[in-house]
Design a protein around this ligand. Structure first.
Ligand code: ADP
Ligand code: MG
Length: 339
């Protein structure tokens, strides 16, 4: 009997991984902007054409990469962010899987220009479909510049199922919001087809919220601030009278990372109990901070689903923090408040 099992070539393995990590142009934007944050950038510019279908260009003023690292960055499971298994339990960076660049380069045309501040010259690398076409020294600015073209060129089914530009752009804008809100000190710009969508100057959390969602939000915001030994909860909830029939301005972040959390969402909905017009949702922008060892972000490649060791203890803390803030603003009737 002859044996039939073989290891897949890297390019194929990368393309399979890409299927999970890179769903649409917005996934590329998310991964590259998170890398820029991890590189310590204070300014990140995102320049896209045709909702990312034609071009996604991201430049940052972060650490840059050495020539060898620039090449290594495209290998699967190659990362500077963790070294051993125990590091998985104390993640402080946005990335750690070492999969994003390998995935993107497997299904697109990628140009990287990068330079560390201490180096004389930088590096230019061109990769198409996991194949390195060019690597050479190049004059470039300090920091890193990625240009992604021809996304999904070798995955026709994905390419075909991309939505209209307006929809894909909306997804990109959502990703930028999820990064902009927990990182108000970072200057962020988004340019689409030559038009500025966001030009966000460094700010505090409140100003950043208003810069992203518009001035009318400002009058609605109620401050939330609670510090316990398990978790710190801070941010803002919108006044009940500004609640809307559609979801959209509900944001949870944990240690600077956007997450979906239906269970904690219920804590907020209950805190607003009886205060909301029927079938409406309040806006909220809540930042949770806790020991990274008490959460597991390694649930899904996109890391928006996060497991909390103490979720049952955190629920009432969120509930009480929001309740108290509403009470301080005289939004909660005092009888109800003492119950
Ligand atoms: P991960 O972020 O999980 O480590 P990636 O594939 O996204 O994996 O990136 C691989 C590595 O490339 C990173 O660990 C980092 O060292 C380097 N890198 C990627 N983007 C940048 C950047 N914008 N600036 C500096 N280094 C970067
Ligand atoms: Mg990354």
């Amino acid at each position: 009997m002859s044996d039939i099992i073989q290891l897949l070539p890297d390019a194929v393995a990368n393309q399979i991984a890409a299927g999970e990590v890179i769903q649409r142009p917005a996934s590329v934007v998310k991964e590259l902007v998170e890398n820029a944050l991890d590189a310590g950038a204070t300014e990140i510019t995102i320049n896209i054409k045709d909702a990312g279908k034609t071009l996604i260009q991201i430049s940052d003023n972060g650490s840059g990469m050495s020539p060898t690292d620039a090449r290594m960055a495209f290998e699967r499971h190659a990362t500077s962010k963790i070294r051993e298994a125990k590091d998985l339990f104390a993640i402080r960076s946005m990335g750690f899987r070492g999969e994003a660049l390998a995935s993107i380069a497997a299904i697109a045309d990628v140009e990287l220009r990068t330079k560390k501040a201490d180096d004389e010259v930088g590096t230019f690398i061109h990769v198409i479909g996991s194949e390195v076409k060019t690597q050479e020294p190049a004059g470039c600015n300090n920091g890193t510049n990625f240009m992604i073209k021809n996304l999904f060129f070798n995955v026709p089914a994905r390419r075909k199922f991309l939505k209209a530009n307006s929809t894909e752009l909306k997804h990109i804008i959502w990703e930028i919001q999820r990064i902009a809100l927990p990182n108000p000190d970072i200057k962020l710009s988004l340019i689409h087809n030559g038009t500025t969508v966001y030009d966000l100057p460094p700010a505090n959390h409140r100003k950043r919220l208003v810069d992203v969602f518009g001035r009318s939000l400002n009058q609605s915001l109620i401050n939330v601030d609670e510090d316990t030994s398990i978790v710190k909860v801070f941010g803002y909830v919108g006044q009940p009278k500004y609640a809307r029939k559609t979801l959209g301005e509900q944001f949870f972040f944990v240690n600077g990372r956007f997450m979906r959390h239906p269970y904690f969402h219920k804590a907020i909905m209950q805190a607003f109990n009886k205060l909301l017009p029927p079938d409406t949702y309040p806006s909220y922008f809540l930042f949770l901070e806790l020991d990274p060892e008490a959460i597991d972000i390694n649930v899904h490649p996109t890391k928006t689903e996060i497991k909390f060791e103490n979720d049952r203890d955190i629920w009432p803390i969120i509930h009480a923090a929001v309740r108290e803030s509403l009470g301080k603003h005289n939004v909660v009737p005092s009888i109800d408040f003492d119950q």
